[in-house]
Write a new protein. Sequence first.
Length: 386
Amino acid sequence: MAVEKFEALEQETASGLALGTDIEHLPSSEPSGPPSTFEKLCGTYISNTDRSRTFVNRLAYEMDRDERVRKICRVKLRQNKCELTDFDEVMQRTLEVFFGSMLAKIEDQDAVYAVVYAVAHNVSREVLRDRQKLLINHRSIEDMQEKGEELEQVGLADQVEVDHDRDIDTEAATIKMAAALKRVINGEQTVASSGIYAMDQDPMVRLVQPKPSDEEHETDTTSQTKPADASTKRPRGGSRAELSADQQELVKIGSDLGLRNQDYAFALGIGLPRLSSYIYGRTASVPDEVMEKARGLLAEEPHRRERLKRFDRDMSVILTDWMKRLGTNDDEDMGTTLGVTKMTIYRWRNNETKPDATALARYEQRIDYEIRMRKAVEQRLQGKRS
């Protein structure tokens, strides 16, 4: 039955092409149903019968409550991979574009929904691009604070232009290819030959890499035991086992001080890439002034190890000690003092997260500063009373 219908359709199409009828003289398709209130109002506007502000307001109201318009927006919303929470945004932008630039160009009320369909498609893609712009090169401020990073010193990475239209089209093409692959697996569709050679192999036979002969093995062993040429360069990015004595000492000082590489580089007065080249062996030697600064850091802060031992506890215990020193039990007050959110305090109490030693030291300095300020205020008040 389906084959007969298909053949009849082909004959009808062929006969239509043979007549050579102009496309403009072809009969237009009839509407599938009676026109809606929105279509009627658009027809009144197109015919220039009434274009008053009151009429335009009524037209906008009918478009906003028209079920077909809302369904078109929902369909395009899902097709372009937007969130359902963006429906109001897509609907609002569709109204703006329709009334701002498209309504004055429509010449027939039967084309109204086709225009809405095209506008909703473009608008939903714009909404998706706007949402993606908010996520690119973005890191959670809360995570940055938990890691002990100073927000004032954080700089944004160089922004890279992203073709969001291409990403959307790529995702749509991926879905289409996945559907085609599923049809191939189910036997509903066959794949044409792509010209790639497929080796006919017995499924009971597997390929095994041949073992080297005794002569080849001796040759490889001899080549491996030869001393390295004196002109051979030092491998770039080598392991820590290849470090020089100064580089190993530099690594050990940083480990003993418990500093992150960023803080270590700042304390030495050099950049992070330069420090990385020292501690990972990409530079042959370390300058004397850098080693002097590193040894000075180790000599100037003997109490740092005691601080690290004090921080070698559960975060809930450290938080309880801090709150006891400040004399507070309120998470919000504690978060305000330390410059973190209430949720971060909650995670610390449940030992879900714990900042590194550098961040803990900075938080403890804030607590010490807060206690000193309170004591200074109390002494000043007592002096005024006396």
